[in-house]
Design a protein around this ligand. Structure first.
Ligand code: MLT
Length: 266
């Protein structure tokens, strides 16, 4: 395939990455490696009809009031939100019955970052567990429209100073699955985190991260093990299909299991 010089991969964390995705009308991939990207992937892989990603807990509740039967999934402080059906735990989702259900999902950071990408050409949730599927679909979209890809390590929405090592590790796994040039600024962090993966492996990298330690403390070691499995899921790319007006005034992202069409008009 002939390559356009604009079809390049950028690694850019947090709000800066979301803004860049909007400003450059890029393909945005939000990586919340522990655990939002994996939870959303598992929900769709296990047959949830769609996942509406919202920023606020109140938005999820109000969505369910307007659409009874919606399953509420998500966390605050790492724990299931009061009144929700399931937490932001991929292991919990693996054991839950979600087939055919509509889901409203919120989390401290991953959900915020996804909504903040609104305006990008496409928005996906990607991570280690669906790395190859996401890398392939993002590459197809970027080539077809001759636009860049930005992989966004989500970070921590409540503290922009935090460097979320687990999200960088997940982002680097994704970038390594793309046969595309990396932007010059992205090369030093790419090499640094790749070296860490080579020397200690992903699981140790996740466990070393501050958020990994917090999750172990909260009893979610099995989630971390699951999230460290590259290509556990090979057929699911959560991708924005439609922007949904919320009953209380905000906007939610309706994600479906990806196919090769564009998520939003380019
Ligand atoms: C988030 O979106 O902030 C994380 O996925 C938090 C978590 O691990 O529950």
């Amino acid at each position: 395939m002939t390559r356009s010089p604009s079809v390049e991969v950028h690694l850019m964390a947090g709000e800066v990455g979301c803004r860049w995705a909007r400003d450059h009308h890029a393909v945005a991939i939000v990586v919340d490696a522990l655990r939002a990207s994996a939870t959303i992937t598992l929900l769709l892989h296990r047959g949830a009809q769609d996942v509406i990603v919202v920023k606020e807990v109140d938005e999820a509740h109000s969505y369910r009031r307007a659409h009874p039967g919606t399953l509420l999934v998500g966390e605050r402080g790492g724990l299931k939100v009061d009144g929700f059906d399931l937490g932001n735990s991929p292991v919990e989702i693996q054991q839950a019955e979600v087939r055919g259900r509509q889901v409203a999902f919120t989390s401290t950071t991953g959900a915020q970052r996804m909504v903040d990408c609104l305006g990008a050409a496409a928005i996906m949730a990607g991570t280690t567990i669906n790395a190859t599927a996401v890398a392939q679909q993002a590459t197809r979209l970027a080539h077809a429209a001759e636009i860049p890809i930005v992989i966004i390590p989500a970070g921590l929405a409540t503290d922009p100073a935090v460097v979320a090592e687990e999200d960088w590790l997940g982002a680097v796994v994704l970038a390594a699955h793309m046969d595309l040039p990396l932007s010059p600024e992205s090369q030093p962090p790419f090499q640094d985190y790749q070296q860490r993966i080579r020397s200690t492996g992903l699981l140790q990298g996740f466990l070393h991260a501050e958020h990994g330690q917090k999750l172990v403390h909260l009893g979610f070691m099995e989630d971390i093990r699951l999230c460290a499995q590259v290509d556990l899921i090979t057929d699911t790319v959560p991708i924005l299909e439609e922007v949904v007006p919320l009953p209380c005034g905000g906007r939610g992202l309706l994600l479906r299991r990806g196919n090769s069409t564009y998520a939003t008009p380019l």
